[in-house]
Design a protein around this ligand. Sequence first.
Ligand code: ADP
Length: 567
Amino acid sequence: MPKIDSIASSNKIEKPQKQVSPNSRTRRSVRPEPAMKLPEELKKLKEDLVEETPAEEPKPEVPAPVAEKAPVEEPKPAKPELPQPRRSVVFIGSECYPFVKTGGLGDVMYALPRALTKQNCDVKVILPKYKCIPQKYQDLMVYRGAFEMDLCSDGRRFYVGIMELVMDGVVYDFIDNEEFFSYGNPYTNLVDDIPKFCYFGKAALAALNYMDWIPDVIHCHDWQAALVPVYLRTLFAGTKINSAKVMLTIHNLRFQGVYNIETIKYWTNLPDFVFNKDALTQNWVDANMLKGGLTYANLITTVSGTYANEIQTPFYGEGLDAHLRYHAGKLRGIVNGIDVELWDSSTDKLLAEPYSAKDVIEKKKANKLALQEQLGLEQDENKMVLGLISRLTNQKGLDLVNDVLPSLIDGNTQVVVLGTGDRQYEDAFRYFENEYRGQVCSYIAYDEGLAHRIYAGSDALLVPSLFEPCGLTQLIAMRYGTVPIVRETGGLKDTVLPYNMFINEGNGYTFDRYESGLLLDAINRAKTLYFTGRQYWDEMVLRDMAKDVSWENSARHYRALYLELKP
Ligand code: ADP
């Protein structure tokens, strides 16, 4: 039986008293003993970018032995001063690269904490310990403690184990419970996911009390962690963790965690007053976890300023626009960045010819020829290649692309599509490939390497989304000197400045209304400059490569909000 280290500090948590009976639904994980790492393991650990030394416990400095005549040392470059004061933040969310990732949330949960450590933030990330986390990371986790927690309205109690791993100055705590997290994927279906995330939100707060790690700010992400603010101000009101402020970030409003009130009442045992039309209840019969979180959060953020405004309108509001308008005073938008080390064309080993801003114009041609060869397109460096890298769903504006595609194929233009998703779009793109052999390639798959080569080998990238909270592909495209052609929505509007031919300024081409004629017009404007004003096109390529799309800027904005919450 696992040893329990100490009594959890939440008044809702007690030491388990006895072995769990075989027919109890609460299952426990085997606790690995904390072990010293062997040298080989340490080496591997470094390869995986994993650091063993916890950032939160700096070792005392040992004074260096004094040499008789100290050699003259080169003056070391001064360390950049960290912004003051230091802030402690805990991220709570359902996925995080490299442990588990299904979409953009996984990227943010990975990159933002790392960027925040450089902004003098002490960051902990709490995640579910899914079975699908690669074994090499599971092997590096160290047991941090365990306790039992009450959860359901009938008094059922559940095991909460905490496994810890430290990587690049960020502490990751994984909530361990095999009953909830032993499925293959993080998300299965709502019937299973609702109890899973009712448990996870409460367990995360209980774990913070248990570890006595009380941060300045709790930063929750999407509906899976949206009950955290609700639990915090109700069931945890009398506990230490209630001194923290709480922020909730919406990465995609389309997903909200909605289920009938009875089920959510049963799984949370939250007091009746939270099942109120201004908090969790929607349409009289359902409870909406995200809606409740928005009510109880001190601040709400989303991943671009434009999306923050859009979601307050019926068209983009996914049924929560009125609720968001009511809470508009505490709603902000901060655009995402991209990992500029991962997306660096000068060191990218996946490219035929890595390149920097110095040789992009020449080397892009070489990458284009290699891409054309790989995909069976007619090899010609003078053709304009339009790329599209996307999940194939209606969010991504593919109906517009299907409408205009035949008009694009003019003997001087090629189209490369990479994506998987809805059958109707997959089939449509296969049809076009067949119809325009040698000029259109539809690669229906998820392929990281090919994505890199398309970013490098294309001249322009299409992102005509119906809605786009932030969007990463346009940011990656710009970093790779590929001109984005986007619809002016969400983060696309905030990150792509439209080209102005009169003052030779801008990063790409944009259009506003969701109409195929406007997309075609934007592409034709791009073609005109590409074929008749190449010098100006090349200048735009260089402007795009010079644009700051890193996380640093965003991290500074998040830090400012943390300070706004707790000066
Ligand atoms: P979303 O999160 O809505 O899918 P984003 O633009 O935020 O859209 O992120 C998409 C990310 O997934 C980008 O990094 C893009 O390169 C990548 N991606 C999308 N489809 C594919 C694919 N078929 N193969 C490889 N990478 C893909």
